[in-house]
Design a protein around this ligand. Structure first.
Ligand code: NCD
Ligand code: ZN
Length: 446
């Protein structure tokens, strides 16, 4: 029985033909501008004098001094297909991904029906390939129908044409500790990743906001930190004792960071992501009672945000993932208590990370490449993504405009997503994705 996870999975190579010349870009934002030549999906040459062969039909992407990064990888999005195509589809979500600089995304299993069988995973993968803007990797659910009762067939999904490599009930937590233990044992045998939405649902009944002074003053029911941390602690012990690789989705508290740091010191195979919104926003936003700020886990306090930032810088938190979660106005422009949790993220994430870390000089573009491309590709064991910008590597590339002209203001109605639930409406950012290439082919140019 082979569980070899080939790349690209079935059908992904068809578009990797042709020649593209990217001019005047600075790999990782370092050194003088160079040209990058991509032939048939692979980087063929890099250098100041590199030109396209005279006899080739060439697509030219002008870099104008842009920073060049490996194509971004997002291990946590919700593209809502199948089932809620009124809020996002694989096509619109892929467009948002390409515009945000992503060449691969992992779309969560909380679809309708749940992505709990090979046939659904294969349909998602195939649709992503037909759309052709971004590799859309389906995440399989851990439990059938996300009901938390019966495990799905990880092996069948892993061996399907979709090559499912990550399993998660995200949206809800795998509450039953015995089921989670069985999932860990099963995942260890197949070497697939388990991603947990850490939430003790008994502790969050009716909760809509972070449990703290702000929620108390505004009269909003609170979601305590312990609801996340208790599950993170349990899962770390399960990973320690039964061996699977476990990933903490949307880590949001200082205590979660402490637990992950401890686990890594013990050699437990745990990784974690933080979302741009937990790195940039706090529950101070709730003063507006704007439903666009409702999200799971909730926006926390300044002290949590600062610890998350430091943890991302020192590697305790491995990567950034958007948790892109489209919801229509009928579910967002309502009383805060009734708003559905979730925010758009694909088109704004690079700008937020740059604003929070690169602009103030806390990190450089190499680090951005690490937390938004290399680490997510490593954690998901995704070949062909998150690779060095070097000759012979796949030409999955993102250009970032860092010039003075790059400043832009977010408007939900201008985003490619079907919904407008961005938490950054009217906010300006100083860097912007200029172009994205998937296996050498431009999927977005500004
Ligand atoms: C997500 C969604 O809308 O599917 N919502 C959210 O608030 N993050 C589910 C999830 O990631 O938990
Ligand atoms: Zn979640």
């Amino acid at each position: 029985m082979s569980t070899e996870l080939a790349y690209p999975p079935t059908g992904a190579t068809a578009d990797a033909t042709g020649t593209t010349l990217v001019t005047g870009v600075r790999p990782y934002g370092e050194g003088e501008p160079v040209n990058v030549l991509a032939v048939d999906g692979v980087i063929a040459a890099i250098g100041a004098d590199v030109d396209a062969p005279a006899d080739a039909e060439v697509t030219v992407v002008e870099g104008d001094g842009a920073v060049l990064l490996p194509g971004l990888v997002d291990m946590h999005v919700h593209l809502r297909e199948p089932g809620r195509e009124d809020t996002e589809t694989i096509a619109t979500g892929s467009e948002a991904a390409a515009r945000g600089g992503f060449t691969a995304v992992f779309t969560m299993a909380n679809t309708l029906p749940t992505t709990d069988q090979p046939i659904i995973a294969e349909a998602v993968w195939a649709k992503g390939q037909t759309t052709g803007l971004c590799d859309v990797h389906p995440v399989g659910s851990i439990s059938k129908g996300l009901a938390g009762e019966t495990l799905t067939e990880f092996g069948m999904m892993a061996r399907s044409d979709a090559r499912v490599r990550m399993f998660s009930d995200d949206g809800v937590c795998v509450t039953d500790s015995l089921l989670m233990r069985r999932a860990v044992e099963y995942a260890a045998g197949l070497d697939v990743l388990l991603a947990q939405h850490a939430e003790d649902h008994r502790l969050t009944e009716g909760a809509v906001a972070h449990e703290g002074p702000t929620a108390a003053r505004l009269g909003l029911r609170g979601w305590p930190r312990v609801a996340e941390e208790s599950i993170v602690a349990r899962d770390i012990m399960l990973a320690r004792d039964y061996g699977a690789r476990i990933h903490v989705c949307h880590a949001s508290t200082a205590g979660t960071v402490e637990l992950i740091r401890w686990a890594k010191e013990q050699g437990v195979a745990v990784t974690a992501e933080a979302t741009p919104h937990h790195l940039w926003l706090t529950d101070a936003k709730l003063e507006t009672f704007d439903g666009n700020y409702r999200v799971n886990p909730p926006l926390r306090e300044d002290s949590d945000m600062m610890v998350l930032r430091d943890a991302l810088l020192d590697g305790t938190i491995d990567c950034v993932a958007t948790d892109h979660a489209p919801h229509g106005a009928e579910d967002k422009c309502v009383e805060f208590d009734h708003a559905k949790p979730g925010m758009l993220g694909l088109e704004t994430s690079l700008a937020v990370v740059a604003e929070a870390f690169v602009r103030p000089g806390l990190a450089d573009w190499r680090w951005v490449a690490k937390v938004m491309s290399e680490r997510p590709a490593e954690i998901t064991k995704l070949p062909g993504q998150g690779r060095p910008i070097a000759v012979g590597e796949p030409a999955n590339l993102t250009l970032v405009d860092v010039s003075e002209d790059a400043t832009w203001t977010v408007h939900g109605e201008e985003l490619a997503s079907k919904t407008e639930n961005t938490p950054y409406e009217g906010e300006s950012f100083s860097t912007r994705v200029a172009a994205t290439l998937l296996r050498g082919r431009p999927t977005f140019t500004r």
